[in-house]
Design a binder for this molecule. Structure first.
Ligand code: NAP
Length: 465
């Protein structure tokens, strides 16, 4: 390293954990770090842009903190550059002292039941990416002429999916929901949405504010099936954390509500697991076969679902599986297939024997799994950054052989979208949002070519100046 020049850091994945790690490293006075934040998309913010529900603008406002980080003189953004496609792990290690993987967990978990791939059965990940205008998922065909949609899973993503299906067009039209999704959702014929939970209300993974929102839907009445606490859950209630106890109270309130004649019913159906999706003659889902469950205790005392051997069929034409995410292996980066994460020990990337790959780190969902809220990643990145600082102090860092990062990008990438490129995309989207009636926070560019073109234009404007 040249005397006095900052240590070079590549962070791969421009979602919350990537931005938090960048901000934390840039705030260190000694040693100094220079951060290049890469993303395969031309746009930053990861799941804040393409995961957080469009009717939750307050959650999205966290990007203001990330924008502040982007203004640091030792920060650069390289969008539209994909690890494993454009640049390799080896190339990164040739150029950077530190590489941090903050790629998130992008793959949906599968139910592993017959019929899962029938038409009309979708991973929630794809549906969420579709309504959020992710350029890889704009073409998803969601048949909202269906009358009944079943959402499998009892987490916040399941609530997001159910809520988005239930929102009135007027509620969607003031959000940054992708235009193609607004159009389809506006014409939706959905009359019933069932949220299918394999365990009971005490074990549900959703959180209180998100569950409370379901009770305020303009267009939907609620129904609860199987919401009474079984004996084991009732005994566990007093010891449960506050969130879970409150979840039970909220569900009891929902169960006691009378129907008011709203056009949609959202039904919370507890203690049932899908065992098969049944198709019609066109290969489209027509029903979900479920097994009713009972709550049983595992050896460690935790409560699990056990099938009772009693089955039912629920007629449904749309199914979303929302049972969690898992990570995708990236070329040459050590991966723990069982956990679906980059192999690591407290943020240090390791080989199967637990030895640290010097210079390589991980943070966020791809480090610990898909759990927690956006802010959880702040602490997670801080923990990883602490390990980096300890290692650097101990002289344990990668020794790059070149500092010609621009050369590496020019040689291997079609072109990288800079922060100015993203700002050009942002300006187009925001202006379209302002021009819309009613006004919207933005109208997203959802097509790869449109995004590339907007960013390219910014590059050529810049070079003319
Ligand atoms: P999650 O919170 O882990 O919930 C997954 C759900 O799927 C659980 O109810 C789980 O039940 C169920 N499940 C797993 N395998 C199943 C199977 N084979 N059959 C039936 N059900 C199954 O995951 P998520 O909803 O994808 O959310 C991921 C993270 O993002 C969470 O931390 C969440 O809070 C966060 N998030 C937050 C917000 C927000 O703050 N507004 C919005 C969206 C997401 P068991 O418990 O029985 O395993």
């Amino acid at each position: 390293m040249a005397e006095g020049s900052p240590l070079r850091v590549a962070i791969i994945g421009a979602g919350p954990s990537g931005f938090y790690a960048a901000g934390q490293l840039l705030s260190v006075a000694e040693p100094q770090f220079a951060v290049d934040l890469y993303d395969r998309l031309p746009t930053p913010y990861g799941l804040v842009r393409s995961g957080v529900a469009p009717d939750h603008p307050k959650i999205k406002s966290v990007t203001r903190a990330y924008d502040k980080t982007s203004q640091h003189e030792r920060f650069r953004f390289f969008g539209h550059v994909e690890l494993g496609r454009d640049v390799s792990r080896a190339q990164l290690l040739e150029h950077y002292h530190v590489v941090i993987y903050t790629l998130g967990t992008s793959i949906d978990k599968r139910l592993g039941i017959p019929g899962e791939d029938l038409g009309g059965s979708h991973p929630a990940t794809e549906f969420v990416a579709w309504y959020n205008g992710h350029p890889d998922h704009c073409g998803l065909e969601v048949d909202l002429q269906a009358k009944h949609a079943v959402v499998v899973g009892a987490g916040n993503v399941a609530l997001d999916v159910a809520r988005m299906l239930a929102l009135a067009p007027s509620e969607l039209e003031v959000t940054d929901t992708a235009d193609h999704a607004i159009e389809v959702l506006r014409a939706s014929g959905i009359e019933k949405i069932t949220i299918l939970a394999r365990r009971g209300p005490l074990q549900a993974a959703w959180t209180n504010p998100e569950l409370l929102e379901m009770g305020e839907l303009e267009r939907a009445d609620l129904e609860v099936l199987g919401g009474e606490l079984d004996e084991r859950s009732a005994a566990a209630l007093a010891e449960a954390d506050k969130t879970r106890r409150r979840n039970v109270e909220i569900m009891q309130d929902y169960a006691a509500r009378a129907r008011t004649g709203k056009p949609i019913i959202v039904r919370f159906h507890f203690l049932a697991s899908p065992v098969e999706l049944l198709g019609d003659e066109h290969g489209h889902v027509r029903a979900v076969r479920i097994e009713n469950n009972a709550i049983t205790a595992r050896e460690d005392g935790s409560l699990a679902a056990r099938g009772t051997g009693s089955y039912e069929e629920i007629p449904a034409q749309l199914v979303f599986r929302s049972i969690g995410y898992t990570g995708q292996p990236i070329a040459d980066v050590p991966f723990d297939e069982r956990r679906g994460l980059i192999r690591n020990k407290e943020g240090r990337v390791t080989d199967p024997e637990g030895r640290h790959h010097i210079g390589e780190y991980v943070s966020g969902w791809i480090k610990r799994g898909p759990s927690g809220v956006i802010g959880t990643n702040k602490k997670d990145s801080q923990d990883t950054v602490t390990k980096i600082l300890d290692d650097v102090a101990a002289g344990l860092m990668n020794e790059p052989v070149s500092d010609d990062i621009d050369g590496m990008i020019a040689a291997h990438c079609e072109f990288a979208v800079t922060w100015q490129g993203w700002q050009a995309i942002d300006a187009i989207e925001s202006a379209a949002g302002q021009a819309a009636a009613p006004a919207r926070p933005r109208v997203k560019l959802t097509d790869w070519e449109q995004l590339r073109e907007a960013a390219r234009q910014a590059l050529s404007d810049q070079s003319r100046r």
